[in-house]
Ligand binder design. Structure first.
Ligand code: ADP
Ligand code: MG
Length: 340
């Protein structure tokens, strides 16, 4: 998770007030809108519009709401196509592209596996499931069997489930960001559960500053990202949502190809040109790991990443282009390594 840093952490900025912020619960996490203190007059209206957008999209794509379009798609799996809104269609289409980009590592139809491991409404298995039980669930996953045509979508086989947890928050941030831009809001940061997109400046012609948490010590940041110009950031971690089975920790991101929760990464932070892409890419690289990520990154212009494997001592692998945005804390300078 990334956090907006308080002004006092930055000696150079002490005399400038920290950005003004409104925060509220949304999509099972927290949303916030921030503007520079000098733009405080825009804050309430921007937050109100953003809140409306998030609520509308949540009602369309939440799998926890029985009347959402995602829930309907899942209920109708193997049956008739379901009419979908622009938001749902956009999310599904982008998710299909992400499936191809990631070689199936990102799969919006991972729903049955995500639930099988006890997340998003599923029951946590008491003991490690047998491979045959797992494989029968894995057989229900496959984005090639998600059909999107015009304003209709359909899951081809009964038992399939879409789960937008790795993409919908980023998409919602982009919609709110576009709305703010259209409304003439020059400086704003929109955040939904650590999916952020920044426009203009955070304070007195300074980029927005965002702290990246140390996945092994949540009270510390490993460094600071500076973002502006519509850039977005997202993080996927194994430390926020996990279950314990037989004393072992399993995170909420599954590898659709093996069926197992992904092991190996502690945290992945991605900068991209849109929040939806950052959201998708953080989950994608979390699955791809140190070995698979460079190849995927080469195919996505404007995307930079920080990968922290789940082992100690901590190693912080960074793409070369991250240097324009990321300043590690001095104490972690020796932990930085090039990702290649
Ligand atoms: P968070 O939702 O905590 O911000 P992510 O953006 O990394 O974290 O998304 C993780 C969520 O994505 C999971 O909770 C689940 O809903 C969904 N998911 C899990 N595995 C995959 C996968 N392989 N491909 C696509 N989505 C996934
Ligand atoms: Mg994500």
């Amino acid at each position: 998770m990334v956090i907006l840093l308080a002004g006092a952490l930055f000696t150079g900025c002490r005399r400038q007030p920290r950005p003004a912020e409104i925060q509220w619960p949304a999509m099972g996490t927290f949303a916030s809108v921030s503007v520079p203190e000098s733009d405080r007059k825009h804050l309430q209206a921007t937050a109100d519009i953003t809140r409306n957008i998030f609520e509308t999209i949540e009602a369309q794509v939440s799998t926890f709401r029985t009347n959402s379009e995602f829930a309907q798609l899942n209920r109708e799996a193997g049956q008739e196509p379901v009419p979908v809104s622009t938001a749902t269609r956009d999310i599904l289409v982008l998710a299909l592209a992400a499936g191809d980009l990631s070689g199936g590592g990102f799969d919006i139809t991972a729903g049955p596996l995500v639930r099988f491991w006890g997340f998003n409404g599923g029951t946590v298995p008491e003991t490690l499931p047998s491979d045959s039980a797992l494989q029968s669930v894995r057989a229900l996953v496959g984005y090639h069997d998600l059909q999107v045509e015009g304003n209709k979508a359909r899951l081809a086989r009964s038992g399939m489930r879409v789960d937008g947890g790795g993409i919908a928050k980023g998409y919602a941030v982009d919609v709110a960001y576009q709305q703010a831009a259209t409304s003439g809001i020059a400086h704003v940061m929109i955040n939904l559960g650590g999916n952020l997109r920044c426009r203009g400046y955070g304070r007195a012609n300074q980029p927005w500053r965002i702290g990246v948490r140390n996945p092994f010590d949540r009270s510390r940041t490993i460094g600071t990202l500076e973002l502006t110009g519509g850039k977005a950031v997202a993080t996927s971690g194994n430390y926020e949502r996990f279950v314990k089975i037989d004393g072992r920790r399993y995170a909420h991101i599954v590898d659709p190809r093996s069926g197992y929760p992904v092991q190996g990464m502690a945290g992945v932070t991605v900068i991209a040109n849109s929040a939806a892409l950052a959201d998708v890419m953080s989950t994608t690289l979390f699955v791809a790991g140190l070995e698979g990520s460079p190849e995927i990154l080469r195919r996505v212009p404007g995307c930079e990443a920080i990968l922290i494997p789940d082992r100690e001592p901590m190693e912080i692998y960074v793409t070369s282009g991250i240097k324009a945005h990321f300043t590690p804390e001095p104490r972690y300078a020796d932990n930085i390594k090039p990702l290649k």
